[in-house]
Design a protein around this ligand. Structure first.
Ligand code: URA
Length: 210
């Protein structure tokens, strides 16, 4: 297993994930749980953000109080399932910039096909969090990260709910500098590139489509 993978084995995350895995969990509940997990994972993925001090006045005294330093971070959602993680992270860091990358998997080749990109300029001095609930073959994550690197992004973390070992390996081979945060490392992929045991199609589960 690549070393820059952080599996967050928090009891609350694992409990919520089990409910999400259950096929009988409805999409409203599924969305709520994914958002709650994104808050817990976001807490971990941002724990070493650089800080600075700012002089403020409380109602009682002046103080030098800690505050986030540097440029605002950017959250890139890989459409469409990434939006299930994006919303919670944006609540955690409301000042973050947001980018969207539209990528679908060609059902035959399982290769990533990009159809949309919109993100902030000036990525070189921002932390970029790329989010997609499923790291399966790794093709979408690799394509998304390659694109934002071509726009100058240097400090990149990838947040997913579930990761297949194949996807972790593939991502690490192309982007060894990217740390991956995941709630669980799964057994593998089926012949259609779905993660086992997994949660099924993340987009369908989030949005109630099929
Ligand atoms: N994308 C999904 O939505 N689910 C998987 O299991 C793999 C990729």
């Amino acid at each position: 297993m690549p070393k820059n993978v952080i599996e967050i084995k928090h009891p609350l995350i694992q409990h919520k994930l089990t409910i999400m895995r259950d096929r009988s969990t409805a999409s409203g509940k599924f969305r709520t749980l994914l958002k709650e997990i994104s808050l817990l994972m976001g807490y971990e993925a941002t724990r070493d953000l650089p800080m600075t001090l700012k002089n403020i006045e409380t109602p009682l005294a002046e103080m030098n109080a800690p505050t986030l330093a540097g440029k605002k971070l950017c959250i890139f959602s890989i459409l469409r399932a990434g939006d299930g993680l994006l919303n919670g992270l944006l609540e955690l860091v409301p000042s973050a910039r947001v980018g969207h990358i539209g990528i679908y998997r060609d059902p035959q080749s399982l290769e990533a096909v990009e159809y949309f990109f919109k993100g902030p300029q000036q990525l070189s001095d921002r932390l970029s969090l790329v989010v997609d609930p499923m790291l399966a073959t790794g093709h979408s994550a690799i394509a998304a990260i390659s694109h934002i690197k071509s726009k100058g992004a240097r400090d990149i973390r990838f947040i997913c709910l579930l990761a297949a070992p194949e996807g972790l390996q593939a991502l690490h081979e192309v982007h060894p500098d990217v740390t991956v945060y995941t709630a669980a490392i799964e057994s593998g992929l089926n012949e259609k590139g779905y993660i086992l045991p997994g949660i099924g199609d993340a987009g369908d589960r989030i949005f109630g489509t099929s």
